[in-house]
Design a protein. Structure first.
Lengths: 214, 214
DNA sequence: CTGCATCATATCGTATACAATATTTGCATA
DNA sequence: TATGCAAATATTGTATACGATATGATGCAG
């Protein structure tokens, strides 16, 4: 059922799309009970919004919400990157490195959606290295919602942006350089926001089934 | 069903206590379906932990989790208090003031549990004044878990601690003094942690029904 | 008397059935 | 043709029933 989350992260399911309980249940071959549980969970993470007696829809973050998400990230992530740099072991670094490699591989294979998902997951992994489970949970939620924000507000000019910052973070972790890690993360988040077009709230929908089968 | 949350905040339900689905369903006169929904929601907020095929228990934060909660609060709340001080209107101040008065009234009436709950809610209200819905959600969760931490690790010497800090925050808001608000909040959180005894993980349970009837 | 295996009971996990609500469709009327 | 009402349909909300799993008791062997 976590496939739903992945589909959202990979932009195979787009904001505004309705997630009908019967439909999702049929696609995954489970009962509505399970689907309802999952949708509730996603709702709690802000990925879908549930309207009573109307159904669940993939959230369409407003401009204000988009800003809030990145403001929260700016509060949490630099400090978390610092803590990660203090604690990072060679194994941690290797693990993160593999993560980046996977992202590149996905990109090379033309699977931009998977690359985007892995790119977000990288930030969650940092919180894991920092050994901050509570904050990790928050960052997880923020990354999910960031994926929605990107789907809505990304302006496509300047495509390959993240690679550099993530490599720079990796270096800082490898050298256990907290100051640098914090600064890089701070700048990285500023970069991300600067590449958003936080003005219009566009719309678009597709069929659910074909998006999931893809 | 939010009564469950209130009961936890007011320390009428204590960490470790089992929340049997049938039992809760009977107490509230609803079906297990509803109870399960509620328990999953509480689980997501970290108030209860669900063990598969065993049931839901009020969470017993470990020392590490307790530290993490207050570390996260230290990252989020000072900045949020700053933002609140920048935006606070006279209406906001009046609203927060009433909150503090309610807390005092509860304390005077001997309802220490309700006072504790209101004291926590005060922090959530600050996020609301700051107009930061996303961060407000996080703080809400952190406050809830703080309530559990307090139930487990509070050392009773120095009882009336919060009053001063909350009044100081109110003053800072009234004067729209962001620097002061941020500093006071920072110190307030340090105070709170310093009054915890983050060493032993004690245990204790009571019957659910009598706790809710009380 | 103690320890372990087995069985009975209780509790949770999932599916299904029914009720409540929203949405759509069709028709009548202005 | 457009509009408003009403019935029909579809979808979600809730309760209940059944199956799976863990827990505790019981009895037997050592």
């Amino acid at each position: 059922m976590t496939q739903l989350t992945e589909a959202v992260h990979a932009h195979r399911i787009l904001p505004g799309m309705k997630l009908s309980e019967d439909e999702v249940a049929e696609v995954f071959g489970v009962s509505r009970t399970i689907v309802r549980q999952a949708l509730r969970a996603l709702s709690h993470d802000g990925l879908v919004s549930i309207e009573r007696n109307r159904g669940a829809f993939v959230s369409k973050p407003s401009v204000k919400e988009a800003r809030e998400v990145f403001e929260a990230r700016a509060l949490l992530e630099p400090q978390t990157a610092r803590a990660a740099a203090e604690r990072a072991t060679p194994e941690d670094v290797a693990h993160l490195e593999r993560h980046i490699e996977d992202e590149h591989a996905a990109l090379a294979a033309g699977d931009a959606g998977r690359a985007l998902m892995l790119s977000g997951l990288f930030h969650v992994e940092i919180a894991r290295v920092a050994d901050q489970k509570t904050i990790e949970t928050f960052i997880q939620q923020l990354i999910s919602r960031s994926s929605l924000v990107i789907a809505l507000y990304w302006q496509r000019r300047s495509a390959l942006c993240e690679s550099h910052a993530h490599h720079a973070l990796l270096d800082a972790f490898r050298q256990n350089d907290p100051d640098r890690a914090e600064e890089v993360m701070k700048g990285h988040l500023v970069d991300l926001v600067s590449q958003l077009n936080l003005r219009e709230p566009p719309t678009e929908t597709r069929s659910l089934k074909e998006a999931l089968r893809g």
